[in-house]
Design a protein around this ligand. Structure first.
Ligand code: COA
Length: 295
């Protein structure tokens, strides 16, 4: 096999990288999913667009965190990472299946991690791929199994929640403050990306606050709060907005966030396990359910 060239990622690499991540993640899902789960589907074209948009932004904010591997002039893998305040975040990491196990991932990860050399903390969500998890553990990250709840929400279980409202860009200072108290670093410009893709829910009550980004199905894909109660309220509000009879899911729940499992149980959703939250220099954040790539 020819030697891989590791070089900074460019705008012109985005389409190829989107295809590589979609292909490699789908291949892992197809290899590792449990029999009782629905068959995995490749990332739909609509979400490919969101991936490209997020990564294009990373090329601007974190050019030194974004790397690709080339073999014979063709992009075969990439690693995209960000630094937000004192936190290093790995957003995407993939090598085309036919080029895996040749040490390309090791070189890409080393290049991306160098971007975070001054950070106190590191955080990212890992797939269930044993090769990826091996790389992460050997790089010194602690591994925290992630659970998810999925199913049709029992409408009769939805409580009345008070003081939850739709949020907007005017809430970003509040969101950053909640981020600092929960995960130890603000999302900063990543909130603009999240606001562009998802509905924002905000809850402010007494001395506590929480927010959730919710996708078009009603699935909360990032929940952060300064109290478990407010975090549960925004999670309920998201689940309550799902179409009756349609299935919704909340991914990336660590054992430190039993409050989110309790909401899923009360909604009569089922609990499963997939992948890991990988951390360095910190404990699993709580009350916090992270986004898959922006954490
Ligand atoms: C994770 C990934 C990027 C690593 O790329 P790569 O080029 O294969 O990485 P490397 O060859 O440097 O390292 C892979 C390591 O895992 C090992 N490995 C691979 N499959 C394995 C398995 N089933 N069980 C145990 N170890 C395994 C390899 O032997 C190698 O370890 P070694 O160097 O100590 O021998 C690539 O496998 C991939 O794209 N996976 C699918 C997408 C994915 O899950 N990405 C991570 C998202 S968080």
């Amino acid at each position: 096999m020819a030697q891989a060239l590791i070089r900074p990622a460019r705008e012109t690499d985005l389409e190829a990288m989107a295809t590589i991540t979609a292909t490699s993640y789908y291949e892992v899902d197809a290899r590792t999913f449990q029999r009782s789960w629905p068959d995995p589907q490749p990332r739909p074209a609509t979400r490919n667009g969101a991936w490209i948009k997020r990564t294009r932004q990373a090329l601007v904010t974190d050019p030194e965190g974004c790397w690709v591997a080339e073999v014979d002039g063709e992009v075969v893998g990439g690693a995209i990472s960000r630094v937000r305040e004192l936190m290093w975040i790995l957003a995407s990491f993939a090598v085309r299946p036919e080029h895996q196990r040749h040490g390309i991932g090791l070189q890409l990860l080393a290049a991306a991690m160098y971007h975070g050399r001054s950070c106190l903390r590191g955080m990212f969500a890992a797939s269930a791929d044993p090769g990826a998890v091996r790389r992460y553990r050997l790089a010194g990250f602690s591994l925290h199994p992630q659970m998810f709840v999925t199913g049709v929400v029992d409408r009769g279980a939805i409580p009345v929640v008070e003081r939850v409202r739709d949020g907007s860009a005017g809430d970003i200072d509040l969101l950053n403050s909640i981020d600092r108290q929960t995960r130890g670093a603000a999302h900063l410009s990543d909130h603009e990306l999240l606001l562009g893709q998802f509905r924002l829910l905000v809850c402010e009550r007494n001395n506590a606050a929480a927010y959730a980004y919710v996708d078009e199905s009603g699935s909360p894909c990032l929940v952060a709060g300064t109290s478990r109660r407010t975090a549960q309220d925004v999670m309920w509000e998201g689940l309550g907005s799902s179409t009756p009879g349609s299935s919704v899911s909340v991914h990336h729940i660590t054992a430190a966030n039993a409050w989110a499992i309790d909401v899923g149980m009360a909604a009569r959703m089922s609990l499963h396990q997939s992948g890991y939250l990988c951390l360095r220099g910190m404990k699993p954040p709580s009350p916090y359910v992270h986004h898959g790539s922006l954490l």
